[in-house]
Design a protein around this ligand. Structure first.
Ligand code: GRF
Length: 208
């Protein structure tokens, strides 16, 4: 079984690259049907072009400038994505909260990657927040999760996979981010592979 993926990005796209490499190597039985970025300068767009994957830039600003709503932006994003008929929508560093006007088009099909464990450090500064909590002696480790996105809550939703990542004394943002990204690249590929082969169920027992 080969699944079609739509991958939404906003930045570097190292996780997109992991997906590109895994599909090319046959590790992930998937085809990346389209990559969409909400930022023109996202390096992930270049990664998509190099891999000859269709890449689209879908910015919010023209909507704002025209007084149009985020719901309209999200509805147009959904229409764009739907043209590629993906089985799964993968948010791989997508820095935009999706409203129901997008999510209702893909029920149970949107997967997010977040550099923290369930219930910890939602939002765009999860790695720095974890470092700060470590500095205060509150935690000794952080982690990575892959989860479904059923609604507009940020970095919440039924976890599909989690993995802890140790924090070491003397870690900087760079050293911890590198350790986290290494885990992310493997966990995202592994979780999608299990989803595609119907071998992955949400971890509902966590209460999320
Ligand atoms: C990752 O840490 C992901 O968990 C978070 O954004 C980052 C994206 O990194 N949501 P990259 O663009 O895939 O390199």
């Amino acid at each position: 079984m080969t699944a079609k993926l739509a991958v939404l990005i906003s930045g570097n796209g190292s996780n997109l690259q992991a997906l590109i490499d895994a599909t090319a190597a046959g590790i992930l039985p998937a085809q990346i049907a389209v990559v969409v970025s909400n930022r023109r300068g996202a390096y992930g767009l270049e990664r998509a072009r190099r891999a000859q994957v269709p890449a689209c830039y879908h910015p919010l600003k023209p909507y704002r400038d025209a007084g149009r709503s985020r719901a309209e932006y999200d509805a147009d994003l959904a229409a764009l994505v739907m043209e590629y008929a993906p089985d799964w929508i993968v948010l791989a560093g997508w820095m935009h909260i999706l409203s129901d006007s997008f999510l209702r088009c893909f029920p149970g099909r949107v997967v997010n990657l977040h550099p923290a464990l369930p219930g910890q450090f939602p939002g765009a500064h999860a790695i720095d927040d974890a470092l700060a909590a470590f500095g205060r002696g509150e935690i000794g480790q952080t982690g990575v999760m892959v989860h479904l996105v059923p609604d507009e809550r940020v970095d919440e939703g039924p976890p599909l996979a989690t993995e802890t990542v140790p924090i070491h004394r003397g870690d900087t943002h760079g050293t911890l981010a590198a350790r986290i990204h290494t885990v992310e690249h493997r966990l995202l590929v592994d979780t999608l592979r299990k989803l595609i082969t119907n071998n992955c169920q949400p971890q509902l027992a966590t209460g999320h």
